[in-house]
Design a protein around this ligand. Structure first.
Ligand code: NDP
Length: 331
């Protein structure tokens, strides 16, 4: 019988948290035979709402859910966790500057890094969702030096899934027949969605998306803006930011990391750059990765065309600027 895996979700009373925790408790993240214990963290103003989430989890009587800890104490939340999903953070509201949000979140991620380092299980895997996701993850990495760098990642899977969906819509096929898009770089508007290596499974075998969509303008303009603008389109429609799709993508990210990517298929993850594809080392940057036995590796040897190169460099430049800004708050 499998031992329960302890999963922490921070910002668990927020809207992504509310969509995410039942998915985890149903086995979407780690499989339908893997029991889980949830550690839910939020800040004191959200404590009552957090307790409400705990009550609902109990009422849902999930067979796989072996325990729920709901707390506003970071140390308690981090205790013994095998997986940490970091969703908590201050949001950028109209009229607030990016700088203000960054300064608050950098100190949160610094503090949470120390708690994870001291109290989480050895080899804990970390996924940062809260924005600026790449830079929050980098700060977390810097202030938790005993957690291996390869265990700290950020979410770009939602962008990856949106890219698959955009291509499926354009070709009028099912999303599961499209694979190997890439999200390069920052989880922000400078990200570079790349379909130049993507393929489609057809009755006549695997075909490249480039071949099927000969319209270069669509691939270089409309596809990229579709992926980059999708978040804004959802806010306009829902008057709230995306939550169920973000939660689902977080499950996909951990699922594939722990259980492996299907043969011949890669996904996109924000990971610590080792200099692959000329991306500066020392950034958390989204790359195409395959996963096997709980470890990701960057897909090597892809040919990079000129538009991709320019896009990849621009998003790296933004990440360097974010890093410098983040550090200026820590001095
Ligand atoms: P959400 O649950 O909607 O979002 C949480 C975070 O995820 C935000 O930083 C958001 O960034 C980010 N995010 C990343 N990708 C996406 C995406 N594709 N779509 C939407 N969001 C995305 O926010 P709520 O305000 O509902 O909940 C936040 C929770 O965090 C609250 O419960 C709050 O109490 C808690 N919190 C915890 C703190 C802490 O741990 N110290 C500090 C502050 C708040 P973006 O802003 O860019 O949308």
């Amino acid at each position: 019988k499998k031992q329960p895996v302890k999963i922490m979700v921070t910002g668990a009373a927020g809207q992504i948290g509310y969509a995410l925790v039942p998915m985890i408790a149903r086995g979407v993240m780690l499989g339908s035979d893997q029991p889980v214990i949830l550690h839910l963290l939020d800040i004191p103003p959200a404590a009552e709402a957090l307790n409400g989430v705990k009550m609902e989890l109990i009422d849902a009587a999930f067979p796989l859910l072996k325990g729920v800890v709901a707390t506003t104490n970071v140390e308690e939340a981090c205790g013994g966790v095998n997986i940490a999903i970091m969703v908590g953070g201050f949001r950028r509201k109209e009229g607030t500057e990016r700088k203000d949000v960054m300064s608050k979140n950098v100190s949160i991620y610094k503090a949470q890094a120390s708690a994870l380092e001291q109290y989480a299980a050895a080899n804990c895997k970390v996924l940062v969702v809260a924005n600026p996701a790449n830079t929050n993850a980098l700060i977390l990495k810097e202030f938790a030096p005993s957690i291996p760098a390869k265990n700290i990642t950020c979410l770009t899977r939602l962008d990856h899934n949106r890219a698959l969906g955009g291509i499926a819509q354009r070709l009028n096929i099912h999303v599961s027949d499209v694979k190997n898009v890439i999200i390069w770089g920052n989880h922000s508007s400078t990200q570079y969605p790349d379909a130049s290596h993507a393929t489609v499974i057809t009755q006549a075998g695997e075909k490249s998306v480039k071949e099927l969509i000969a319209d270069d303008k669509w691939l270089h303009d409309e596809f990229i803006s579709f992926v980059q603008q999708r978040g804004a389109a959802i806010i306009k429609a829902r008057k709230l930011s995306s939550a169920l799709s973000a939660a689902s993508a977080a499950c996909d990210h951990i699922h594939d990391w722990v259980l492996g990517t299907p043969k011949g298929t890669w996904t996109s993850m924000g990971v610590y750059s080792d200099g692959s594809y000329g991306v500066p080392p020392g950034l958390i940057y989204s790359f195409p990765v395959t996963c096997n036995k709980g470890e990701w590796s960057i897909v090597q040897g892809l040919r990079i065309d000129e538009p991709s190169r320019a896009g990849m460099d621009a998003t790296a430049k933004e990440l360097i600027e974010e890093k410098t800004l983040a550090y200026s708050f820590l001095d």
